[in-house]
Design a protein around this ligand. Structure first.
Ligand code: GLY
Length: 563
């Protein structure tokens, strides 16, 4: 009889719901399964979000985290949409030229490796804030699966073995030979993280204060300072997440909701979709020479604006809707020609009036039975962040400080340039490209989408939206389809294997496009080694409410739909 109670409960929940099949797609099967279990127990999408976030912190330490930050975009079953910014902040002692030597040169690696790279983490504040506003199950129930998972361990996959091996020397250099991750893990090994299980248990019992004050805060500060950083216990105590108005705009009758500053994602997505809206892109065809040209030219112009205008909106007055204004975007595209590429040296940021109104990350998408939809992108920045591992706490710290512009004209790890708006300042949030997005059709959730990939995040989300609504692909086909990317500078189109054939490649070259086919094997100026673009985890809901998922085969990503 005991076993029937949860079944009856699930049946009651689903039968009382608005009839969506709950679904979770994330970077790990364990995390997606935990999210589904939470919803089976009566939790909503926000409860599932908390549980999935923590499960990724355990099983996907390359990007899943409690030592990083991110953004949530949501749409509730009663039609309310919003977003929460739990992005990291610069420590209170940070200053503009902190990554420059006495000659004004950028100190190699200082903003990416070790304590000086670490921003004040936001993830724990973020999940507690979400839970206090929308959660329905006790927080302990949402932590418990990950406490168990950290204690009992998870199985290392082949991709994880390779990623861990790739950074092994960095782990040894930063944390010493005895550190948990300074070992040679192999596919099939069970990786247990007892310290993380203890940390999560403390936070579950004592709330987010247990992370931002007290002994966990002290552990973080000790690790950061021992490896050359400047974060203090006050920085942690003063951290807060911020509710922000999401970016909202229309594209051919769809309503798109995405993240606003300090992420550039939503604004750029708006610019890109508006730039191509006047063209019949469906007719041009998926990955045709013409559609690539059109999209690349939109991307070139949007990323030039990004580098000039964008940063933390709490520090200066920055344009938002001015950059997505229809007339402005149209004017920016006037120099586009089908005959020949516009070179990036001919393109700078556009002129807008600021008015008084105002490579490794991970994404997960969730919908519950009532249609509450949650789109979350979270990160440590590059793989395993700063590599600083809080040994006694069992978690990595981010290197998000690299997302600031260390010096105008100097590219960050993703080759992105920045200006004054994104210079380092005490307590400021660094500019992001994360683009957690929800598309509504007839006021109902239609697509929940996002991806990791640094600067390529925005163009990947752009392509998924077009793959679904213009090229009529299924959710999984849209995710699988080869992607390409351009970001103004460097002036190259990178394209995944199989993205175009040699004929299209030579036509694009004849029009002055410098096309680089992946994989790129070694880091180059402004471009890191990579074999693919993004890892999209998305959910599509058709007009009849049927839910389908797309889990990216580029990673170990996995989705579940509760039938
Ligand atoms: N750290 C990558 C991003 O925020 O865009």
């Amino acid at each position: 009889m005991k076993n029937f109670i949860p079944i009856i409960l699930s049946f009651l929940i689903l039968s009382c719901s608005k009839g969506y099949n709950p679904a979770v797609v994330s970077a790990r099967k364990e995390a997606s399964d935990i999210g589904i279990e939470i919803m089976k127990k009566g939790g909503n999408a926000f409860d599932a979000m908390v549980a999935v976030h923590l499960a990724l912190a355990v099983t996907y330490p390359i990007a899943g985290n409690i030592g990083g930050g991110g953004f949530v975009v949501y749409h509730t079953s009663n039609g309310e949409s919003g977003s929460l910014d739990f992005r990291e902040k610069a420590p209170g002692n940070a200053f503009k030229n902190m990554y420059l030597d006495e000659n004004g040169g950028v100190i190699e690696g200082m903003s990416t490796l070790g304590g000086a790279a670490v921003g004040v983490p936001g993830s724990i504040a973020g999940i507690f804030e979400i839970h206090s506003k929308f959660g329905s199950l006790p927080i302990q129930d949402l932590f418990q699966p990950s406490i168990n998972l950290a204690k009992n361990g998870f199985v290392v996959t082949e991709k994880q073995e390779n990623a861990l091996k790739d950074k092994l020397q960095d782990f040894i250099n930063v944390n010493g030979k005895e550190s948990l991750f300074s070992k040679n893990y192999k596919q099939g090994d069970t990786l247990k993280n007892l310290q993380l299980s203890i940390t999560l248990d403390k936070i579950a019992k004592n709330g987010s204060k247990a992370f931002y004050e007290g002994d966990i805060a002290k552990m973080i500060v000790d690790e950061v300072q021992e490896s050359g950083g400047i974060m203090t216990v006050e920085d942690l105590k003063n951290y807060n997440s911020v509710w922000r108005d999401p970016i909202k705009f229309e594209y051919k009758g769809l309503e798109v909701i995405s993240m606003s500053l300090p992420s550039s994602g939503g604004i750029l997505l708006g610019q890109l979709l508006k730039a191509i809206e006047g063209y019949d892109i469906e007719k041009l065809g998926h990955n045709s020479v013409e559609s690539i040209q059109l999209m690349v030219e939109a991307e070139r112009r949007a990323y030039a604006d990004r580098s000039f205008y964008m940063g933390d909106p709490d520090f200066s007055k920055l344009p938002v809707y001015e950059l997505m204004d229809d007339e402005y975007v149209k004017k920016r595209m006037e120099s586009f020609s089908w005959e020949k590429a516009t070179t990036s040296s001919e393109v700078s940021h556009g002129e807008v009036k600021v008015t008084e109104e105002s490579d490794q990350t991970t994404h997960y998408s969730i919908i519950d039975g009532n249609g509450n939809s949650v789109s979350v992108t979270t990160t440590l920045n590059t793989n395993y962040g700063s590599k600083v591992f809080v040994e006694k706490g069992g978690f990595f710290l981010n290197n998000e400080m690299d997302d600031f512009s260390s010096k105008p004209g100097h590219p960050n790890s993703f080759g992105l340039l920045g200006s004054e708006a994104n210079s380092v300042e005490a307590n400021k949030r660094m500019l992001s490209s994360m683009t957690p997005t929800i598309v509504l059709k007839d006021n109902k959730p239609s697509l929940i989408v996002g991806t990791p990939g640094g600067s390529t995040i925005i163009t990947s989300v752009f392509q998924i939206i077009l793959n679904i609504y213009e090229f009529n692909m299924s959710m999984q086909e849209a995710v699988n389809a080869p992607r390409f990317h351009h970001q103004w500078l460097p002036d190259v189109v990178i394209i995944e294997e199989g993205g175009i054939d040699s004929v299209k490649d030579s036509i694009l070259r004849s029009k002055n496009y410098l096309v680089i086919s992946l994989p790129i094997k070694v880091d180059g100026p402004g471009m890191s080694a990579r074999s693919s673009i993004g890892k999209v985890d998305a959910i599509f809901i058709d007009e009849n409410g049927k839910v389908s998922i797309g889990a990216d085969p580029r990673g170990d990503d996995h989705g579940s739909v509760l039938k």
